[in-house]
Design a protein around this ligand. Structure first.
Ligand code: AP5
Length: 220
């Protein structure tokens, strides 16, 4: 199964992705996590994408597509993939479709998370992430047991360098211009389902699972 999470920054994609993967036995591929890991390691790719990320712009299609489609080859023993943050432009979506078609596969379901822009800023500025395991916290809605320490591996939590108010505004504008049109693209393919992501994380997760189970009948 190929499941895509679509949604603005701060919609809850990174929060829901690990739960969905555990429940549905999917391998998570998060383009933002992959690119951030390259930045942290200081690879040539990481240096190449750093400016785009910190300024709230999209990384060029050719770079992201190559990185993601390379990783998409191996589900590592899982039943399929969950794509979080990819595709994000029409060009990326078309490249993904082409690549999947060549393997006799397709995008089975796109869950589009709906949250008002006003909610996004509070969610993002209160977010803290674990640089080791990528777990996502929120100072108010999902605090760690110990202030600024990851519950899982005790790493000090960090604020992402693109989680500032001006950069969030830019990321939101970029989302509306470049990514939101994908809702129509996938609606026309009959694979889009909208999810109210303004509810609690547990309610959002329950709704997503309900949709997946009603739409997906066990194909690969
Ligand atoms: P990426 O890392 O993908 O960031 P994003 O899409 O902007 O999404 P976020 O990670 O900010 O939000 P999220 O939806 O995962 O929310 P989260 O679950 O953390 O991309 C970063 C950058 O990389 C891009 O700007 C771009 O430069 C580049 N990039 C990545 N992919 C690319 C691509 N395909 N093409 C080109 N460039 C690309 O939740 C946010 C906070 O809210 C958390 O604190 C969480 O605890 C809290 N929260 C979550 N759900 C709820 C809820 N229901 N109620 C209350 N609080 C909640």
């Amino acid at each position: 199964m190929i499941l895509v999470l679509l949604g603005p920054p701060g919609a809850g994609k990174g929060t829901q992705a690990p739960r969905l993967c555990a429940d549905l036995d999917l391998r998570q591929l998060s383009s933002g996590d992959v690119l951030r890991a390259e930045k942290r390691k200081g690879t040539p790719l990481g240096d190449q994408v750093a400016w785009f990320m910190v300024s709230g712009n999209l990384v060029p299609d050719a770079i992201v597509t190559e990185v993601m489609l390379t990783q998409l080859k191996d589900p590592a023993g899982h039943r399929g993939f969950l794509l979080d943050g990819f595709p994000r432009t029409a060009t990326q979506a078309e490249s993904l479709d082409k690549s999947l078609r060549s393997k006799g596969k397709r995008v089975n379901l796109v869950l589009s998370l709906q949250v008002a822009d006003e909610v996004i800023v509070e969610r993002i500025t209160g977010r803290r992430i674990c640089p080791t395991c990528a777990r996502v916290y929120h100072l108010r809605y999902h605090p760690p047991a110990q202030l600024d320490i990851c519950d899982v591996d005790q790493s000090p939590l960090i604020l992402r360098d693109d989680d500032t108010v001006p950069v969030v505004a830019k990321r939101l504008a970029t989302y509306h211009e470049m990514t939101q049109p994908l809702e129509m693209y996938y609606r026309e393919q009959g694979v889009l389902a909208e999810v109210d992501a303004a509810q609690s994380p547990d309610e959002v997760f329950a709704r997503m699972i309900e949709i997946v189970r009603s739409r997906w009948e066990g194909g690969s």
